[in-house]
Each structure stands twice: as structure tokens, then as C-alpha cells.
Design a protein around this ligand. Structure first.
Ligand code: SF4
Length: 469
């Protein structure tokens, strides 16, 4: 009888072409995503005189460098010649090699980690790669989704295969009932605060437990998205009826009789009872409050009711030095209550929280109010933008004084110029609060869309539960 296997082990074993020793294998890649930042890989491919091996399994869209204003002009509206060149080069490669490309003018353009699931390209049981860290997002559908480097990007384009060291497995069980205004973003920030930014190094995380089972697909994507911020190779959630209902009818999902065949396979994927994980972690979600980061790492997350910690209370000399540096950069004194800290800017968007449910949550807080500070909203995809406009969410944002932008990575990393100024403090729904992440000298406080909307209304970090009551 076959030993009980985890979801990850089932996907891994199905994709092994050849093994090298006990821990390394050449894996077949099902779907590979490329953005304009893949120019190194395409350049190296061309230099070697090679072609894309399986173009029907490659999908492209520009996301990092696309402007979020003036998009009606398409490429012609892009003032930055270098960024325009990258976007043109991706479009050129799509034509040259014949892969599907959702370009700057395409109604399906968006952040790759938003459009993959949205179009039904990301499916249970697949091995998915992309030259971007947050590829783990696609694991929410029950896939093994891996961020890879530039040379691996070229390898996948040329061969549709990838050598990988086999990661260890970790199950994070989240049980309990979420309190009011506590969201998937708060759950993942609490997990990272608990295990640290190195807590899952070398592992693939399977998120499990009643809280994950009750989450929508978009909430699961928010959780899986930030797996990499705990050092994990990837994150995943076992596919279930929520997954199947989400994927059904999406353009790239199996159609007709193929749907039933796929469904039969997908139902075999969840971890078997008794399957062993290398590490198990549990989190009681009942105790969670809305979370905010106070420092410069995602693990620097605490409840909004808390205060900036005192480095004297750090658990080691290394941690004390790291907290000292984070506090110096972020410009807050130890002991400062988080609620009430003045904010200069708000960013609602990114592959973590730029989906329609995120925009609905932010709009619900902003409806009928006025933003006290500059706030902008950039949907994760052009499809999300259209949906939001169909629901009138754009009007809610505009009437509240927020800027309603086009789809892309925008202020998450500010490669397109949507930067936060030096010394400015930004309430952001993105996934990284590193030094300078949103622009040189910028200070980032990560939080959920509802919390970011509350910060927009008051100009301060605000416990959204107080606005809601
Ligand atoms: S939204 Fe941010 S984290 Fe996501 S792909 Fe873009 S730059 Fe990376």
C-alpha cells in the first residue's frame, strides 16, 4: 500500500522526469509566467539561438513597469523610454515565440499573480513557475508554484523543465473564528510574526485548518502570496469545492468533458490522512486583531492595539540590533502606540490585496467619507478594474478623494514611478516593508485593505473596528 502523502508530495512525484540523488529532480513545468522583467532570460535565449520550447505553456503580461495613469494612450503614453522598451520587448518575444500575451492594451492585462488564477491558467496539481518571488500566490488553487531566478527563467523557457532541490514540508494549521475586521492579511501577518522571516526557509507550506477552509479563493491567495516573506519556497492550500467553484468557467480552465476529468484528478490531491509533514505549526485565529507592521520586515507585525517594541526586550543581541536599525529607519520611538501614528500616503493594490474582494472591503470603509491624505487605488488587473467599475466602487473611491488608477504593481515596488517620497509614511496593502521598498527613504506600514482605508480617512494608523462600531 502506498504511504500517505502530502499535497506537495503528490504534485512533486507526478512532475519528476529524472532524479539526481535522493533530494534533487528535474521537474516538468506546466505553466510558466513572464513579465517585462524577464528580458534577461529572453536575451540569453536569443544569444544561444534557442527558442521557447512549449509556447502554449507560457503566458506573459507586463506588470512592474506599466504606468497607472494615461493608460488609454497605451504604449504611446509612456514617457519613460527604458520602461516602454521592456514592455515592447515582452510583446516582441510573445510574437516571436508564439505564447499568449496580455499586453498593456489587453483587457486581461494585470499583475501575473492576479491574472493567473483569474484566467483559470493556475489550476490544482500544476507545477507553475515565474521569475518573481510572489509566484507562491498561485499555490492557493492547490498548485506547486515557484518563484525562480533569471537563469532558471531561461532554462524553463528553453526546456519547460527545472532542476529543483526537494523542499521540506510544513503544515500551518489555523483554527478558531476570526473576529470582526480580522482578514486573511491579518492571518498571514500573524503567521510571519510568529515564525519569523526565516521560519519556513527550505519548506513548502501547506495552509490548513478551519480558517483556511472557510476562506474564499482570493483570501487564500493573500495568504499564499506572503509565504515567501516567511522564507518558504512556496505556499499551498488543498483544492476543495471552493477552488472548483472559483475555477469553473474561467477562460483557461478545462471545458466540457475535460472539466469532469480534471475534477476527478483534483479531488485526489489533498494530503492523505496520516501524511507526515517535516514541521507542524498551529495558530489560534480567535485571538487575532487587525495587524500592522511597525518596522522594516514583515515579521515586525503586531496588533493595531500594540506599541512599537523596545529593543531592550528583544530575545537576542542580533534581534536587538535589527530592531534598533528598524526603529531608526522607520522614525518611531519605542513604546509609541501604533494607533494614532500619522500617515502621509495610502496605497491599496498589489498582488497581495489588489483583487475585487479587497477593493470591496476598502470601499466599504471609505463609502461616504473623505480621505484626509493622498490615497490611491490600483487594481491588480484590468479585469478587476472593470469589475470594480461595474459595481460602482470607482465612484466610492473617487468621491472619497482617492485616485483611481490603472492596473499594475504600482506603489508596491514603485518601478513605474508611483513612488512614496523620502521620509513619507505609507499605509500599504502590499507585502514588503523593506527599507526603500516604495521609493528611496519611504516608510511602509503593511496592513489589510480595510485598515488602509481607515488610515486614509483619518490620516493616521487607525483600528478599523473603531470606525465600524
Ligand atoms: S505587486 Fe509587488 S510583490 Fe506583487 S508582483 Fe508586483 S512588485 Fe512583486
Amino acid at each position: 500500500m502506498m504511504a500517505a502523502r502530502t499535497l506537495f508530495e503528490k504534485i512533486w512525484q507526478r512532475h519528476v522526469i529524472v532524479s539526481r540523488g535522493a533530494d534533487e529532480a528535474l521537474l516538468a513545468v506546466d505553466s510558466h509566467f513572464v513579465a517585462e522583467g524577464s528580458f534577461h532570460a529572453f536575451g540569453a535565449l536569443a544569444k544561444d539561438g534557442r527558442r521557447v520550447r512549449k509556447p502554449r505553456q507560457v503566458f506573459g503580461s507586463p506588470d512592474h513597469f506599466v504606468p497607472t495613469l494615461g493608460r488609454e494612450q497605451g504604449l504611446a503614453g509612456m514617457g519613460d523610454a527604458e520602461s516602454r522598451g521592456l514592455i515592447e520587448y515582452l510583446a516582441h518575444n510573445a510574437r516571436e515565440y508564439g505564447f499568449d500575451h496580455f499586453g498593456i492594451d489587453d483587457a486581461r492585462q494585470g499583475i501575473l499573480h492576479v491574472i493567473g488564477p483569474e484566467l483559470g491558467i493556475s489550476q490544482p496539481g500544476l507545477m507553475i513557475t515565474c521569475g518573481d518571488s510572489h509566484t507562491s500566490t498561485h499555490g492557493a488553487v492547490g498548485a506547486f508554484a515557484l518563484g525562480i531566478g533569471a537563469s532558471q527563467n531561461k532554462q524553463v523557457l528553453a526546456t519547460q523543465c527545472l532542476w529543483q532541490k526537494r523542499p521540506k514540508t510544513m503544515r500551518i494549521g489555523v483554527e478558531g473564528a476570526l473576529g470582526p475586521c480580522v482578514t486573511a492579511k491579518d492571518v498571514i501577518l500573524a503567521i510571519i510574526a510568529k515564525i519569523g522571516v526565516s521560519g519556513a526557509v527550505g519548506h513548502v507550506i501547506e495552509y490548513a485548518g478551519g480558517v483556511l477552509r472557510a476562506m474564499t479563493m482570493e483570501e487564500r491567495m493573500t495568504v499564499c502570496n506572503m509565504s515567501i516573506e516567511a522564507g518558504a519556497r512556496s505556499g499551498m492550500v488543498a483544492p476543495d469545492d471552493t477552488t472548483f467553484a472559483y475555477l469553473h468557467g474561467r477562460p483557461y480552465a478545462p471545458q466540457g468533458g475535460h472539466w469532469e476529468e480534471a475534477l476527478a484528478y483534483w479531488r485526489t490531491l489533498p494530503s492523505d490522512a496520516g501524511a507526515k509533514f517535516d514541521r507542524e505549526v498551529t495558530l489560534d485565529a480567535s485571538a487575532l486583531e487587525p495587524m500592522v507592521t511597525w518596522g522594516t520586515l514583515p515579521e515586525h507585525a503586531i496588533a493595531v492595539t500594540g506599541s512599537v517594541p523596545d529593543p531592550a526586550c528583544a530575545s537576542s543581541a542580533d534581534e536587538r540590533a535589527q530592531w534598533d536599525e528598524a526603529i531608526r529607519y522607520i522614525g518611531l520611538a519605542p513604546g509609541t502606540p501604533l494607533a494614532g501614528i500619522e500617515i502621509d500616503r495610502v496605497f491599496i493594490g498589489s498582488c497581495t490585496n489588489g483583487r475585487i474582494e479587497d477593493l470591496r472591503a476598502a470601499a466599504a470603509v471609505l463609502r461616504g467619507g473623505k480621505a484626509a491624505i493622498r490615497a490611491w487605488v490600483s487594481p491588480g488587473s484590468t479585469t478587476v478594474k472593470r469589475q470594480a467599475e461595474a459595481e460602482g466602487l470607482d465612484r466610492v473611491f473617487r468621491e472619497a478623494g482617492c485616485e483611481w488608477r490603472a492596473a499594475g504593481c504600482s506603489s508596491c515596488v514603485a518601478m513605474n514611478g508611483d513612488g512614496v517620497g523620502a521620509g513619507e509614511r505609507c499605509a500599504s496593502t502590499s507585502n514588503r516593508n523593506f527599507e526603500g521598498r516604495q521609493g528611496k527613504g519611504s516608510r511602509t506600514h503593511l496592513m489589510s485593505p480595510a485598515m488602509a482605508a481607515a488610515a486614509a480617512l483619518t490620516g493616521r494608523i487607525t483600528d478599523v473596528r473603531k470606525l465600524a462600531s
